[in-house]
Design a protein around this ligand. Structure first.
Ligand SMILES: [Mn+2]
Length: 298
């Protein structure tokens, strides 16, 4: 049921990766059914887990070994949702719901972005006041895409059906239908051109508080790898220029975790490029940083 070192997240020794003591559970979900452009997200979780063995366990910014703050981090064996679209979403929801019920902080690793529907739903049921924060190049608000309502391009349209408190940041690619939806429903969408422009002041981190402002106390965070600039994160199916860098992102996540309670999160859409190792390492380190920030809050 759980992965043992060296195959688990961070290659943590067994005393720091058992299911019972660990307050954090990493759930790999190598689901891929609707990706539209570049493919390969099904091998994302394995690549991230493999790269995570190279992440330094000591964090110089916090002067701490984060995994000790959580009683350890357990990694489950990759989940097979046993079907596609609505079937997959429902089985992911159920699986995550069970883990939340055991008081675990759940970190899902995709796979394509569709997996976030099930994970966000499980968290929304557990925390009725929950906001869902999406970091992504795409607003994913299409009603359907290529005839499929469960396409990775429709993720937030599905989430919106059960949780109206969605906030999206980093957006720099969408169709008119999505722009109209955002205006009509008054969605809190923060576009990349605004966050990187002068709108929120000259301080390069001034946008952090603007994005955090509309969020409720409990936050579920969903990160599409293409939020990052393709220079840093080329291993995505739908790359978009003008994305975010490492330092501005982790400092945002640190501020977010200080101001709000991140109750769970997912990382999706990593599509490894053979011979290129840094994309999966970046995501592995991001996951570890986020876990550390969340549990440093106490
Ligand atoms: Mn995206």
């Amino acid at each position: 049921m759980i992965l043992l070192p060296p195959d688990n997240f961070l290659a943590l020794p067994e005393q720091w990766s058992g299911l019972e003591r660990s307050r954090v559970v990493v759930l790999p979900v190598p689901y891929e059914h609707t990706t539209s452009y570049g493919k390969g997200t099904a091998s994302g979780p394995e690549a991230i887990l493999e790269a995570s063995g190279q992440v330094e366990l000591y964090d110089e910014e916090s002067d701490a070994e984060f995994y000790t703050l959580t009683g350890g981090i357990a990694t489950l064996k990759a989940m097979d949702p046993g079907g596609n679209d609505a079937v997959a979403v429902e089985s992911i929801r159920k699986h995550v719901q069970g883990l939340i019920g055991e008081d675990k902080t759940v970190v899902c690793i995709g796979g394509e972005h569709t997996i976030s529907i099930g994970a966000a739903r499980a968290h929304s049921e557990r925390y009725p006041d929950l906001s869902v924060l999406q970091l992504d190049a795409h607003s994913d608000l299409r009603e359907e895409y290529e005839g499929n309502r469960y396409s990775h391009a429709c993720v937030m349209a599905r989430v919106y059906e059960f949780n109206r408190n969605i906030v999206q940041a980093g957006i720099r690619s969408q169709c008119r239908e999505e722009a109209d939806f955002i205006r009509q429903k008054k969605i809190n969408t923060f576009y990349a051109f605004d966050l990187k422009g002068a709108r929120y002041g000259a301080d390069r981190y001034a946008w952090h508080d603007a994005v955090i402002g509309p969020l409720r106390e409990n936050v579920y965070l969903t990160i599409d790898c293409d939020f990052f600039d393709p220079g840093l994160m080329p291993a995505v199916g739908t790359p978009e220029p003008g994305g975010f860098g490492w330092q501005e992102t982790v400092s945002f996540l640190r501020r977010l975790s200080e101001c709000r309670r991140i109750v769970g999160f997912d990382i999706t859409e990593l599509s490894p490029i053979p011979g290129l190792i840094h994309p999966q390492f970046v995501m592995a380190k991001l996951i570890y940083k986020l876990i550390g920030y969340i549990f440093s809050r106490g």
